[in-house]
Design a protein around this ligand. Structure first.
Ligand code: IMP
Length: 429
């Protein structure tokens, strides 16, 4: 038995989907433990693009158990549409299990997400407007509706009534927007309930059975370390804990079951939404734009152009500590193929003071300047390389520096979107 957590070490969109898909080949189960349909993973198999939002990447294989754990928030319409889309592509999702303890995203969560963002004006978070934050708010406020409630029509009807009265009051009285009609939401969700029923299980027990049977388990992180509600650049974060510790809490297993943690790192940095970004490139015709266009850095879920910048290796050191990272999986190295000069942030400073840690205060963070090191680019197409030794020397120097500053060994290097465009330095699982 072996288990590995794979998570984003930056601000998301690191290419976790591809790494998870690669490792899933050896896994018996793939488990999501946080977030919801705000995630967007793109996996390319046999030149077919699969865009996954809630479904674990293991659905692309027929023989894996796929778990949506209790820490995930489930939008039934989204997950059912994804299942239907997969079926159209010949992928059967019968090996999917959804936790009966997971919370349900309702239409009022989505509406409140939009209204709250509008009301915040210049201070908006830049959320995906999927109702993720408001759903987790209800969970923590202990008024949320769980999948097990949805499975009991009378319980659901009661809970929906209470919730909708409270939410409609906020929607109409505070925001002056249109209320939701109880019967319409009830009917829609009771129909979803019947479609979801075959997938619902006590997934903590499923996990226990998997571990007892000596299976290989892959925990698939969503969002990323610096979007973590506790450790990210608060308040410009998501409303759950994508960090490794939540792989346990969000799926119902104890910490002794985690063997390895892999941090997925894009060879540069991107961010969507608002918030601090120390190495951001704001040019419209320089390296920032070159990264965005070469890397097609536009959101999978929202289509928003992503903010692009140089790799922040100092952040990775922090990420390594927070997540107990054993290995790094570097993705999209090929996107830098035609950059004559490449910079990497190896430290932070304020004036002459070199910082030892990332400040919690956004006011202090706003004063931080990156300490850059400049590298000569390799100016050659590396997408066909499958062996580390064959990488250009300049690429190897760049990779070695990432490992050096972050303090984490390199495990996987990805040089293209396809499964086979992967250089493996460390076999996991
Ligand atoms: P929310 O998770 O929709 O509430 O959005 C909160 C913040 O997290 C926003 O800055 C989003 O852009 C960001 N975010 C949420 N999910 C992802 C993701 O999968 N990739 C990258 N950023 C994300």
């Amino acid at each position: 038995m072996s288990s590995v957590v794979v998570l984003g070490a930056q601000w998301g969109d690191e290419g976790k989907g591809k790494i998870v898909d690669y490792l899933a080949q050896k896994a018996d189960a793939v488990v999501r433990y946080s977030g919801g349909s705000n995630a967007g993973h793109t996996v390319v198999v046999n030149n077919i693009n699969y865009k996954l939002r809630l479904l674990p990447s293991g659905v692309l294989f027929n023989d894996k158990t796929n778990v949506l754990g209790n820490g995930v928030v489930i939008n039934p319409g989204v997950v059912l549409a994804e299942i239907a889309g997969m079926k159209e592509k010949g992928i059967d999702c019968s090996n999917l299990v959804i936790s009966d303890r997971a919370h349900v995203v309702l239409p009022y969560h989505q509406r409140l997400d939009e209204l709250q963002e509008e009301a915040l004006g210049n201070h908006k978070i830049g959320t995906t407007k999927g109702g993720i934050g408001p759903c987790y708010m209800d969970k923590v406020a202990r008024v949320g509706i769980r999948i097990c409630d949805l499975m009991e029509p009378e319980t659901f009807a009661d809970k929906l009534k209470v919730n909708l009265e409270a939410k409609n009051a906020i929607i109409t009285k505070i925001y002056g927007a249109e209320p939701f009609d109880y019967d319409t939401v009830l009917k829609e969700y009771l129909a979803y309930a019947e479609e979801l029923r075959p997938y619902v299980a006590d997934t903590g027990v499923v996990m226990d059975e998997l571990f007892s049977a000596g299976k290989n388990v892959l925990f698939e992180g969503a969002q990323a370390t610096f979007l973590d509600i506790d450790h990210g650049t608060y308040p410009y974060v998501t409303s759950s804990n994508p960090t490794a510790g939540n792989a346990c809490t969000g799926s119902g297993v104890g910490p002794r079951f985690i063997d390895h943690v892999v941090g997925v790192v894009k060879a540069y940095t991107t961010r969507v939404g608002e918030g601090p970004f120390i190495t951001e490139l704001l040019d419209t015709d320089g390296p920032g734009n070159q990264i965005r266009e070469t890397g097609h850095e536009y959101g999978t879920v929202t289509g928003r152009p992503r903010r692009c910048g140089w790799l922040d290796a100092f952040m990775l050191r922090y990420s390594a500590r927070l997540n107990s990272l054993d290995y790094l999986a570097i993705t999209r190295l090929d996107i830098l193929d035609q950059m004559p000069k490449i910079k990497m942030c190896v430290g932070y400073k304020i004036g002459d003071e070199v910082l030892k840690r990332i400040p919690a205060s956004l006011n202090v963070l706003a004063k931080v300047e990156p300490i850059f090191e400049e590298f000569d680019g390799w100016m050659t197409d590396i997408s066909g390389i499958r062996n580390y030794d064959e990488l250009p020397e300049n690429a190897k120097k760049y990779l070695a520096k990432i490992s050096d500053v972050s303090g984490v060994e390199l495990g996987i290097i990805s040089v293209g979107p396809n499964r086979e465009q992967t250089i493996v330095l460390k076999e996991l699982l």
